[in-house]
Design a protein around this ligand. Structure first.
Ligand SMILES: *[C@@H]1O[C@H](CO)[C@@H](O)[C@H](O)[C@H]1NC(C)=O
Ligand SMILES: *[C@@H]1O[C@H](CO)[C@@H](O)[C@H](O)[C@H]1NC(C)=O
Length: 343
């Protein structure tokens, strides 16, 4: 404070003294921010068509960084960072990186408030599951992938769940193909959105799904390579929906990785870098991820969510999300569209 006051006063004095000679700006200098932006651009290999584009992106970057720093100064649960999404607006982020089809949640209207009977049942169920689980430690989770600017989150979420149950049941970890789902599952809209349950149905009806290396990810929808459809590296019998409450989700995750829909549209989600995410977020589902475990730290119970925005986002591609929130929907609506494949 003292420093700011003194420099303001100095500035005023300079103004008063030199008003007649030349204009002096008292505005804060942008140069440290421009320098920071230059370093960020180098780190993320950004180039721009022209100076206008560059200036436009710089202004967005600057506004985002200011928001990130203000947020970090007051939030202890989790932190934000100027990650690879730092030069796009939240509206652009929502448009490019979500991808769950709308109007699909299973929230029973009457069930939104938790009742006594429900929590009694929940307590019983709680007793039957381990205190914590992390399927990554059991080799049932493959490396984090990157959907790129293509709304195929639903395919990544479903594939991670199928890889998980395949490893748990057969002992084999096989990286499976999201691209097969994006190209060949005609019920969904490829990069323009889909549902994990449709992906499970596709794999069941097709008799299986091929490997990542046989049908690699392209980041855009292409023609279905029909010759790959009878390459079956993993098969499933179908899928089950999880009842809409956190205890049922807990029980399901204790058995295998589970696909969930969430509301990931907030700026806090866009710039999340580490800690236990506690919101803010709504419950309007727009993104699919896979829950691969749960645990507790000193302060919060949390879910471990595997995302598909590359290993540079969040905690090496993962987010810890607060568990045990009021009501049945969970944080960001995490319980409202949960499902898992059955083999
Ligand atoms: C940037 O480009 C370099 C060289 O092509 C590459 O090694 C690096 O992984 C790229 N970084 C990112 C964040 O894409
Ligand atoms: C699971 O939930 C979805 C979304 O509400 C629904 O369309 C589907 O029929 C359900 N599937 C099963 C197997 O219950």
């Amino acid at each position: 404070m003292g420093f700011i006051n003194r420099s303001l006063i100095t500035c005023l004095i300079i103004l008063l003294v030199f008003t007649n000679t030349r204009p002096i700006s008292c505005e804060k200098d942008d140069d440290p921010m421009r320098e920071r932006y230059r370093k960020w651009m180098a780190k993320y290999n950004r180039t721009h068509k022209d100076d206008n584009q560059r200036e436009k992106r710089f202004q967005i970057y600057k506004a985002n960084v200011e928001l990130i720093e203000a947020f970090n100064a007051i939030n202890d649960d989790y932190k934000l960072a100027d990650n690879k999404f730092a030069d796009i607006t939240n509206a652009e982020f929502r448009k490019r990186y979500m991808g769950l089809k709308g109007s699909s949640s299973r929230v029973p209207l009457l069930d939104i408030k938790q009742n006594e009977e429900h929590s009694e049942k929940a307590r019983e169920m709680l007793e039957a599951v381990p205190e914590k689980i992390d399927w990554r430690k059991k080799g049932a989770v493959s490396e984090v992938r990157d959907q790129g600017p293509c709304g195929a989150c639903w395919a990544f979420s479903a594939v991670a769940a199928i890889e998980g149950i395949t490893k748990i049941k057969s002992g084999r970890m096989v990286a499976l193909s999201e691209q097969e789902l994006v190209d060949c599952n005609m019920i969904d809209d490829g990069c323009y959105g889909g549902l994990m349950t449709d992906a499970f149905d596709f794999v069941r009806l097709n008799g299986g799904i091929t490997t990542q290396s046989d049908y690699p990810y392209q980041g855009q929808q292409g023609e279905c390579k029909t010759s790959k459809l009878d390459h079956h590296a993993a098969t499933i019998k179908g899928y089950r929906n999880v009842t809409v409450n956190e205890q049922s989700l807990l029980k399901a995750v204790a058995s295998q990785p589970v696909s969930v829909g969430i509301d990931a549209s907030s700026m806090a989600f866009q710039f999340y870098t580490n800690g236990v995410f506690t919101g803010p977020c709504g419950v309007e589902l727009n993104h699919g991820v896979t829950i691969v475990g749960y645990d507790t730290d000193g302060k919060n119970k949390y879910w471990i969510a595997k995302n598909s925005w590359g290993a540079g986002w969040g905690e090496s591609g993962y987010m810890r999300m607060k568990r045990g929130v009021e009501g049945n929907l969970g944080l960001c609506g995490i319980t409202t569209l949960a499902s898992y494949p059955v083999v």
